[in-house]
Design a binder for this molecule. Structure first.
Ligand SMILES: [Zn+2]
Length: 344
């Protein structure tokens, strides 16, 4: 199927009706192209859902795009970010400086931002290379996969929990905790208009990266959380109807429940394929070996060390989920960590 995704150059700020606007904000150098930042009107200034990547061109697009819709970035009441990733939270700090508004995010992502702020530079590089080595990457790959990272986003002024209403006078915008892509990812339900801002949780064509960090963690199950979060958004809204989704990338689409079910199915198939792959290997496999066996959008040999690292994170999340369901086991006390299929 041919993607309906259009390049950033063809995107325009839009009035979506009912006091909701969208502004495409470019992500320099990314094939994803742009983040859709949304503004929701209130009598005391608009609230933004996400803010975009921290770059002068992105700031230009955001402030200029808002102005073209009759909105002033200095009048923004606050920014609620769906999750801490740089293409969503990156510009939140600059919006706060320009407007004096607040920044809100889920408490679990706020905790991560605090950790990233404390754990910057060389200390982080050491942690990262050690994790890659334990996953089975060879020393050359470890060296190349540890690299520049964007600065952590601004710390939030407000922390949200599941079910909290965002400070948006005269309207009802509720945080729905949808962990998976990040531990504190939230969707935002505009209850008075029955629209759902889905962030990266449910996108119309692509699926979000679901990883685990560090890769050999065994006390969390982000993919399991993600699948539950997909069910959750399918159950929101008026009985028998499904809501329009306003995602952070690609395009706006109807029927969030149908798309959520499709994504769930995709991961269930991927889990079963992975279990079957492992069952055919007599030897226990490292995370790196498992990642190399899985199907990606390009052959494993053509993936850059950085992308291989992300693929390994995704493989690790799938292994962990299979382990949590009792279909796979990790060998005790081996380094690098190795996994083996269990007879089912
Ligand atoms: Zn993201």
């Amino acid at each position: 199927m041919k993607s309906r995704r259009r390049p950033y150059a063809e995107q325009r700020p839009r009035d979506l009706g009912g006091g909701v606007w969208s502004v495409p904000v470019p992500i320099p150098g990314s094939p994803l192209g742009y983040t859709l930042v949304y503004a929701v009107a209130s009598p005391r200034g608009p609230v933004l859902v996400d803010a975009g990547w921290n770059h002068p061109d992105a700031w230009e697009a955001l402030s200029g795009g808002l102005a073209s819709l009759g909105l002033d970035v200095t009048a923004v009441r606050g920014v609620v970010v769906t999750h801490f990733h740089p293409d969503h939270a990156g510009l939140a700090g600059q919006v706060r400086e320009a407007s004096g508004g607040w920044i809100a995010m889920h408490e679990s992502d706020a905790a991560l931002v605090r950790l990233m702020t404390e754990y910057a530079g060389d200390r982080h590089d050491g942690f990262q290379s050690d994790m890659l080595r334990r996953a089975g990457a060879d020393p050359g790959e470890v060296r190349q996969a540890v690299g520049d990272r964007p600065a952590p986003p601004a710390l939030p002024d407000r922390e949200l929990r599941d079910g909290d209403l965002v400070d948006l006078p005269g309207r009802k915008l509720r945080a729905v905790h949808t962990p998976g892509h990040t531990p504190g990812h939230i969707c935002l339900h505009l209850e008075d208009a029955d629209r759902l801002f889905t962030g990266d949780h449910v996108l119309p064509d692509i699926t979000p990266h679901i990883g685990i960090y560090p890769y050999d963690r065994d006390d969390v199950d982000p993919l399991g959380d993600f699948l539950e979060s997909l069910d959750r958004v399918g159950e929101l809204g008026p009985l028998g109807a499904s809501m329009t989704a306003l995602p952070a990338h690609e395009w706006i689409f109807p029927d969030v429940a149908a798309r959520a079910a499709e994504i769930r199915h995709h991961h269930e198939e991927k889990l079963e394929q992975l279990r079957a792959l492992l069952a055919r290997r007599p030897e226990p496999q490292t995370i790196w070996e498992v990642a190399a066996m899985m199907t990606w959008n390009r052959p494993w040999e053509d993936l850059s060390p950085m992308v291989r690292g992300m693929a390994a994170g995704e493989a690790a999340a799938h292994l962990r989920s299979l382990e949590a369901s009792g279909l796979v086991r990790r060998l005790p006390g081996v380094d690098p960590v190795r996994f083996q299929a269990l007879d089912s």
